[in-house]
Design a protein around this ligand. Structure first.
Ligand SMILES: Nc1ncnc2c1ncn2[C@@H]1O[C@H](COP(=O)(O)OP(=O)(O)OP(=O)(O)O)[C@@H](O)[C@H]1O
Length: 516
């Protein structure tokens, strides 16, 4: 209680008190958009976009427009409002005139699936202006990733080269890199030729999530590597003189311009975003923002998508699976994501539902318990419509953008408003309508109301399911529960065996090691 009070009293940083209100901007048709490279206009049309969303217009103003990337941007805009293109478009537009290929923009995301999603957006526009986009997420082996990211010089046969010179001439194959923190650190620490010294743009997407976890200190490392050093202020002969192959340096000089206060220039421009951006000064300080500007939609800190409708279903705990099945039947196979409070309950619920027999809905599990390969396959099938219902834990779903998700169901009530926002935000995206249903016990209702009020949402009518459809499901439920129990027992035994075998192997290894 005391801690909660203290949190409320954390002062809001002065620059956060006068944000730019994104909701005052209007959608802008592509042909009226100022300074947009015509090749990008074509690429956007090929994506099926005819205009740009308010947040995209507002960010453009502060980047390519009059703002000219002079300030770092903190963007707090609702889920599904188009934040990805809001940063991808200006970065690609501005880099379209670059002469030499090197890594100039880095986008960091907390999960692999999210990084893949963002890479797709860049890949849809960047090639139109001759830019390449890379991915560093650990989806393939590090060797494969390196060969995608780093270009080796073509060496002439018969000539003896100094290995030092060759390593200097390894070049980036990509202009823009989308990465998860772990793999990014692997490349920083071990990949020859991987350098951030030409980096001009750093995007930290899902900022609050990325700042919550240190992920091998990726942020201080990136900031350190892109900061001006004495060497770049007074470059020594080695860096001034081009090597045999003509190496290139981005020299960050200390700026004397107003507001730069001795910071290096050209500086690293930062864009940080979330639908629930943190206001915590100590967290924001980690980003070392330059003259930051906040862009936010409206006056409220937390916002739900405009066309989202929230509903609640009040039922006893033990009847929750029956209410869920009845609801899924009512939704008639529409694409839907069901959220549980943990990876274990997602697994159990998915197993149970699949024992219900003739639901005529394909249900898939999507959680951190699974191997990445399995998870990616499930997501692909969900995108393609092969699976209609995804049972998911929270960890993996931030930012996930799947077309046609009409409904979100909170099987377990979210504890925090941020969780509600990110879960509900998987529907009602890009101006579409969507519904979020929450299953509640009676005694949870009051807390849930208070939770929704934090997003200024008072409207959450009760959605009822026919009591006869609940009764009709009873006998199937009992047998499904029996099968679930058997499955849980056999899974636990299997796990124990695997653990026993692996600990035995570890012991044998240790003994062998001691003998040696
Ligand atoms: N100008 C546009 N016209 C039409 N659709 C768009 C436009 N910009 C983005 N979209 C679509 O809107 C959807 C949401 O975009 P995006 O994933 O960038 O949202 P977001 O604000 O990052 O959401 P979240 O906070 O959940 O990550 C995507 O399907 C995207 O293709």
């Amino acid at each position: 209680m005391k801690e909660a009070k203290q949190k409320k009293n954390v002062p809001v940083l002065p620059w956060m008190r006068s944000p730019i209100d994104v909701s005052l901007f209007e959608e802008c048709p592509l042909h009226l958009f100022p300074c947009l490279d015509p090749r990008l206009e074509v690429a956007l049309k090929n994506m099926g976009f005819s205009s740009l969303f308010p947040v995209q217009v507002a960010v453009w103003q502060e980047t390519v427009g009059p703002g000219a990337f002079e300030r770092d941007l903190c963007i707090n805009s609702p889920t599904g409002s188009g934040k990805t293109l809001a940063y991808a478009l200006p970065i690609v537009n501005v880099l379209s005139s670059r002469a030499v290929k090197c890594l100039r923009a880095l986008v960091v995301l907390p999960t692999r699936d999210l990084a893949l999603q963002v890479k797709e957006v860049f890949a849809a526009i960047a090639p139109a202006v001759g830019l390449s986009v890379g991915l560093a997420v650990g989806q393939t082996s590090i060797a494969d990733e390196i060969s995608e990211l780093i270009k080796r010089p073509k060496l002439e046969a018969g000539i003896c080269y100094d290995p030092e010179d060759i390593s200097l001439e390894l070049q980036s194959s990509v202009d823009i890199l989308v990465a998860t923190p772990g793999r990014l650190m692997d490349h920083i620490n071990t990949t020859k030729g991987f350098t951030l010294k030409h980096l001009r743009y750093l995007v930290v997407d899902e900022t609050d999530r990325l700042l919550r976890e240190a992920y091998q200190s990726w942020l201080p490392t990136v900031l350190q590597l892109t900061r001006s050093s004495d060497e770049s202020l007074f470059p020594c002969g080695k860096t001034i003189l081009p090597s045999t192959f003509g190496s290139m340096n981005t020299i960050r000089r200390c700026g004397v311009e107003r507001g730069f206060k001795g910071r290096s220039y050209p500086r690293l421009v930062k864009i940080v975003l979330s639908a629930t951006l943190t206001q915590d000064p100590s967290k924001l300080a980690l980003l070392d923002l330059h003259h930051p500007l906040l862009l936010t939609a409206g006056q409220r800190r937390y916002q739900l998508p405009e066309k989202l409708k929230s509903f609640k279903l009040i039922c006893e705990s033990k009847l929750k699976p029956l209410y869920l099945v009845a609801l899924l039947r009512d939704l008639g196979g529409e694409k839907c994501i069901v959220f549980t409070s943990s990876v274990e309950s997602a697994h159990r619920l998915c197993t149970l539902l699949n024992f219900f027999g003739d639901l005529q809905i394909k249900i898939g599990e999507y959680s951190g318990l699974q191997h990445q390969r399995v998870r990616s396959k499930t997501l692909e099938e969900f995108r393609g419509g092969k699976i209609q219902v995804l049972i998911s834990s929270d960890g993996m779903t931030r930012g996930m953008d799947v077309e046609g998700v009409r409904n979100v169901i909170n099987y377990d009530v979210p504890k925090f408003i941020k969780t509600y926002i990110h879960r509900a935000g998987r529907t009602a995206r890009a101006g579409q309508t969507g519904r979020c249903f929450t299953l509640l016990r009676k005694d949870e209702d009051k807390r849930f109301k208070q939770l929704l009020q934090k997003a200024d949402s008072d409207s959450c009518p009760v959605h009822s399911v026919a009591s006869n459809s609940i009764e009709a499901l009873h006998s199937v439920y009992v047998s499904a529960l029996e099968k679930l129990k058997e499955t849980v027992v056999s899974e636990t035994t299997r796990k124990r065996k695997i653990n026993f075998k692996s600990s035995g192997a570890d012991k044998r290894k240790q003994e062998k090691h001691l003998k040696e």
